[in-house]
Design a protein around this ligand. Structure first.
Ligand code: ADP
Ligand code: MG
Length: 286
């Protein structure tokens, strides 16, 4: 197998984490991106003149009203939707090529697990597909390590119907991480979970991010989630889908569960709320 991407065995970085890296280079670059979809009278500009860059190791959130193109933007980054104009690169590659080289891990709102497979086999599934020559023992060891990382080290034998919604989503994160991608693209991954589970997942994801140093682009509807997770939030507007404002979240990491009670957190929430309110007005720039 000469075509397989190299598999780094050091998924886990030093405990100092991403913050220790000085001025990281941009891992994702989007310049002048526009996407038009549909035919004839249904033709519409879904994304218009999107420009942003994501430094390696950053945690970036996209937030905006329904239909503003968040999922489409993530699909462009994943190589699943072609730009109509503009340029996009991930790890220096066209997104489709980056995906082919396992540089991109995807997590959606639905965990999409195979119901007849155990949590361990589900976590190993994509890695098994992309690295067919990987010895079975190594495949399982790696999937087990990722399950442990997401807090499911003891649950590898369970089938999806024996797992809670939060646990199923943890398996889908383990499945994406098993590829050892440089970028994790997450589309409202906690959107279907109850409030308490969602908070626990948010804390776990921050820990996973700090331990792995992955670059994360995370789509959410939740202002709280965006402020808790991101170092930078792009607020998107609708008709056409575009970035109306970028808000830097200057709260230090690690962020603990008491943070939402602080005045600073409240200030960032109010800023994001104002930007979002403005973003609902077509054509408005916040
Ligand atoms: N394959 C497609 N063909 C035509 N229109 C699409 C397609 N995918 C998405 N759209 C349209 O693009 C817009 C943005 O959709 P989407 O990216 O799903 O928004 P969001 O995730 O922000 O809710 C919507 O108006 C949607 O109808
Ligand atoms: Mg969406």
């Amino acid at each position: 197998m000469i075509d397989e991407p190299p598999l780094s065995l050091s998924v886990l970085q030093s405990p100092s984490g991403p913050a220790a890296q000085a001025r990281p280079a941009d891992l994702i670059r989007v310049a002048g991106l526009s996407v038009t979809m549909g035919q004839g009278a249904k033709r519409q500009v879904v994304l218009s003149h999107i420009d942003f860059a994501v430094p390696e190791g950053a945690f970036v959130c996209l937030i905006g009203p329904s239909g503003c193109g968040k999922s489409t933007l993530l699909k462009v980054l994943a190589g699943l939707v072609e730009p109509t104009s503009g340029t996009v690169s991930v790890a220096g590659l066209a997104p489709g090529e980056a995906a082919r080289q396992s540089q991109i891990g995807l997590v959606f709102q639905d965990a999409n697990l195979l119901p007849w497979k155990s949590a361990l086999d589900n976590a190993a599934f994509l890695l098994g597909v992309t690295h067919k020559s990987l010895p079975r023992a190594e495949l399982r060891a790696r999937a087990q390590a990722m399950l442990s990382l997401v807090g499911l080290g003891e649950s590898g034998h369970k089938r999806p119907n024996e797992l809670s919604g939060g646990m199923r989503q943890r398996v889908s994160i383990a499945r994406a991480l098993a590829l050892d991608p440089r970028v994790l693209l997450m589309d409202e991954p906690f959107g279907a979970l109850d409030a308490i589970t969602r908070e626990a997942m948010t804390g776990s994801l921050l820990e996973i991010w700090e331990r792995t140093g992955k670059t994360i682009v995370f789509v959410t509807h939740s202002i709280d989630e965006a402020v808790m997770l991101a170092s930078q939030v792009h607020v998107m507007g609708i008709r056409p889908g575009r970035i109306v404002q970028t808000v830097e979240i200057g709260l230090a990491y690690p962020r603990d569960e008491g943070l939402p009670e602080t005045a600073e957190f409240g200030q960032y929430k109010r800023r994001l709320r104002r930007a979002l309110q403005a973003s609902h007005e077509p054509g408005a720039v916040a």
